[in-house]
Unconditional design. Structure first.
Length: 328
């Protein structure tokens, strides 16, 4: 029971921390820094991990090699257009004439920042194209089949360097996107009494609760956050303990696969965490969860005690249990 409570406390705190710091938490570093033979599985979970879709397609959009970000050809421009449409639908007046005037004012903000987006790609076109040429050489490098330690280190360092380059451009564009959203709200506040009243009564738009409109990393963040929380709550309460423990063991298996403790895999674990040969603290926690799933730990000071008694008095469940005992 103590093992169950300790594991539950760990998972519950991890989940609650992620809920409280939802603006800070992202599973992206967990996925992008995976290492070992199955790292490609976790890289594939990330959308556009090297930035090709968001950057390269744009700088090659025009035949005269002048960078552009036309709507329909660039994810940034498309997302900004979606923000504009949602903003107008949420705040626009019901009166047709006032609505049309409101939409023109917000469209002017979009046009202003669309020009800034184009200018950014114009100014950085050569560097971005050179970056993707370097990325092509890296991906086609025959050295990736070599296993010498210095070659592994060189490839890892180069991969991280290339990702940092593309992440820096994308971070700049994210800052520009935040400025664009703030300008929309500023324009709304300056649109007279109607805009001020809308901001006062409705506030800022919240994120969409439709999972179909979420990005892949948003779906992963949501799944990780609330799965850890649910597992922690169930283990603490001793409720559906075997299923919760198996779910926790599955999560820890993913952790072990992203960062396997094996001497020949680069980069090695920091010396401060000690030295391990596959069996590290994450591996041991996975085994502990499997132990809890195979015992009646949830019935000792847990709600599974009452659940088991209810199932024993249920005709369907008791008949199933009796048939299982006969089979054994």
């Amino acid at each position: 029971m103590a093992l169950r409570l300790g594991l539950g406390c760990h998972f519950l705190y991890e989940g609650v921390w992620k809920i409280k710091h939802k603006d800070e938490f992202t599973a992206a570093p967990f996925l992008t820094q995976a290492k070992g033979p199955v790292s490609w599985v976790f890289y594939a979970m990330m959308e556009d991990i090297n930035g090709r879709e968001r950057l390269e397609a744009v700088v090659k959009a025009k035949a005269d090699k002048k960078a552009d970000a036309p709507a329909g050809a660039n994810p940034f421009a498309d997302r900004w257009k979606g923000i504009l449409d949602d903003f107008v639908a949420y705040y626009a007046p019901a009166d047709p004439d006032a609505r049309q005037q409101f939409q023109r004012a917000m469209q002017s903000v979009y046009d202003e920042f669309h020009k800034k987006l184009n200018a950014y790609f114009d100014n950085n076109q050569e560097q971005i194209l050179a970056h993707f040429q370097s990325l092509d050489r890296f991906e086609n490098d025959k050295e990736r089949y070599q296993n010498a330690p210095f070659q592994k280190q060189r490839r890892w360092d180069r991969m991280m360097e290339l990702r940092r380059e593309s992440d820096a451009w994308i971070a700049d564009l994210d800052v520009l996107e935040k400025a664009y959203v703030n300008k929309l709200y500023a324009e709304l506040g300056n649109s007279g009494d109607y805009g001020k009243e809308q901001l006062k009564t409705r506030g800022r738009m919240s994120g969409s609760w439709n999972p179909l409109r979420w990005s892949r990393i948003e779906l992963i963040n949501f799944a990780v956050t609330y799965s850890l929380t649910a597992i922690g709550v169930c283990l603490m309460l001793g409720f559906f303990t075997p299923l919760a423990a198996l779910g926790g063991a599955g999560f820890m298996c993913f952790v072990v696969m992203t960062q396997p403790a094996w001497p020949t895999i680069y980069p090695p674990d920091p010396a401060v965490v000690g030295h391990a040969l596959l069996v590290n603290k994450d591996f041991i926690e996975m085994l502990a969860l499997l132990v809890v799933s195979a015992t009646a730990a949830g019935r000792w000071g847990g709600l599974d005690f009452f659940l088991a008694r209810m199932m024993a008095h249920c005709p369907i469940c008791s008949r199933f249990c009796k048939s299982s005992e006969k089979t054994e």
